[in-house]
Write a protein of this length. Structure first.
Length: 271
């Protein structure tokens, strides 16, 4: 870990009862954590943890710079001090773990429920025991990009009793012919709707118009299920943004402010 900013802990080889692959977990602790022995902190669980903080572990050497962003916003009083938990993906198993169903040909995918069980039943209890967390859903967020955005939607809407805030960046709505849209349409009424950030770049992929259409359809489905844009749903189209870590990192200040803002600015406007 070459260029981390702030206070970190690395838990290597984290083992779950639900999945055979062990994985690393990296934890960012906010400024003041070690000085305040009584304060408890909200937690933001993030998929693809190796891409968040360190260019040496990140895909193609591009990181989100989530540590620098969180440090700055916390020290400026823009957001609450928050613990970030990066869950490393397991390489070849990433597609399986991040998708709710097998693909349309049945060749891969479909282990998202097991991955969610790992987070809810193994990882979250470990984090809550190891760190001074505020464990309720109003203080527990989950987020990710691409397939990580897809699995965030799937798991978060299945378990609003655990995750009260969701960050869905450039979600892979296309997976298995838009199965996530059908899953959301079929959801029973939720006891509480998670606070939800959804975004997309306007220049993503080979067919950006198709990707934009899919994400706009997602917004429409969510609004039909009761989310209100500008209230508990932020929807952002990032003009000219590509599908990569650099773009997601640029949107992180707005994501963090929407989910953990101290200033009351919950508009979701990308800054």
């Amino acid at each position: 870990m070459k260029s981390l900013t702030g206070n970190f802990r690395l838990h290597t080889g984290f083992h779950s009862r639900h999945l055979p692959q062990d994985r690393d977990i990296i934890v960012y602790l906010p400024p003041g954590y070690d000085e305040s022995e009584r304060r408890r902190y909200p937690v933001f669980y993030l998929h693809d943890g190796q891409n968040l903080f360190d260019e040496e572990t990140a895909f193609c050497g591009q990181e989100w710079r989530a540590d620098e962003t969180a440090e700055q916003l916390i020290r400026e009083g823009v957001i609450q001090p928050v613990i970030l938990v990066g869950i490393y993906n397991t390489g070849a198993n990433r597609i399986d773990e991040y998708t709710p169903t097998p693909d349309s040909h049945g060749h891969s995918g479909g282990k998202a429920r097991l991955y969610g069980d790992m987070i809810v039943e193994d990882l979250k209890p470990f984090i809550d025991a190891e760190y001074r967390t505020a464990p309720g859903p109003e203080n527990t967020a989950m987020g990710g990009s691409s397939l990580g955005g897809l699995v965030t939607l799937y798991l978060g809407l299945r378990r609003p009793d655990i995750f009260g805030k969701l960050a869905v960046l450039s979600p892979s709505v296309w997976w298995n012919r838009g199965v996530i849209l059908r899953i959301i349409r079929d959801l029973p009424p939720l006891p509480a709707r998670p606070r939800l950030w959804v975004d997309i770049g306007t220049a993503e992929g080979r067919y950006p118009h198709s990707i934009l259409r899919d994400t706009r359809n997602l917004r429409e489905v969510l609004c039909r299920k009761g989310w209100r844009e500008g209230v508990d749903l932020a929807y952002v189209e990032d003009d000219g943004a590509l599908h990569n870590e650099a773009a997601w990192g640029r949107r992180m200040p707005s994501v963090l402010q929407f989910l953990f803002g101290e200033s009351g600015d919950n508009s979701g406007e990308a800054k």
